[in-house]
Design a protein around this ligand. Structure first.
Ligand code: MD3
Ligand code: FE
Length: 213
């Protein structure tokens, strides 16, 4: 497990594969991000969504921004209103936008302008099965992922479901940016291991910034 977290925080962006850039320890405003997540999820509570196939996802999700990603029996899509409350999703905080832009730029993607932040909450044993992120209108925009709380093992596959995969450890404050030739690679998260994070307790939060419209 140790070398999954190799090359911890020497400051430089690491290109793990074409279009996949890891920024170890990139987040400098953890406390304010976590406060914002608490405020957002007070208005738009974390919930487990059901897939069209009838499975309940183990990860709990919420969103902020002009749009939010949802799954239900009809499929996967972006919607402007939270189906739980009927209200528009909470606005994306300026600090979220600034972080996502700064990460995109650092990874070589200028003009990243996300309209969605999907917020994923993992507790021990929560996992995310291998999938592609393909519900966005334009795949030329990258996705920026911010990891907070307990460490997780992220699985990076290829463009076909059965391609070989590699495993990457993601810790509190790490940012992963993927785009270009990597934009449609399969990926997932292994079951979260037990642990206690100083700020978040037995929990991992992942923010994914997307340009959906
Ligand atoms: C590399 N979230 O919300 S983010 C998702 O940690 C999702 O919660 C995971 O996958 C999480 O859809 C992983 C990192 C990530 C996401 C998508 C990728 C890395 C990727 C797509 C292609 C390549
Ligand atoms: Fe994904």
């Amino acid at each position: 497990m140790d070398d999954l977290f190799a090359e911890l925080d020497d400051g430089a962006p690491q290109e793990l594969a074409a279009g996949v850039v890891l920024l170890r320890g990139f987040v400098r405003e953890q406390a304010s991000l976590l406060l914002a997540v608490a405020q957002i999820t007070q208005a738009a509570p974390f919930r487990q969504m059901s897939t069209p196939g009838g499975y309940v996802m183990s990860v709990e999700m919420s969103n902020c921004g002009a749009l939010g990603w949802i799954a239900d029996r009809h499929g996967y899509r972006y919607v402007a209103h939270d189906p739980l409350t009927g209200e528009p999703w909470p606005a994306m905080p300026e600090a979220f936008l600034a972080l996502a832009r700064r990460a995109g730029l650092e990874a070589g993607f200028a003009d990243f302008s996300p309209d969605v932040c999907l917020i994923n909450r993992y507790v021990p044993s929560t996992k995310l099965s291998m999938h592609q992120d393909k519900d966005e209108a334009d795949f030329s925009a990258p996705i920026v992922s911010v990891s907070l709380g307990l460490p997780a093992v992220f699985v990076l596959g290829g463009l076909q479901r059965n391609d070989p995969s590699q495993r990457i450890g993601l810790s509190h404050g790490d940012v992963l940016v993927w785009g270009g030739p990597a934009r449609l690679r399969y990926h997932g998260v292994l079951a979260l291991k037990h642990g206690n994070h100083v700020e978040l307790g037995a929990c991992r939060i992942n923010l994914t910034f997307r340009q959906a419209a």
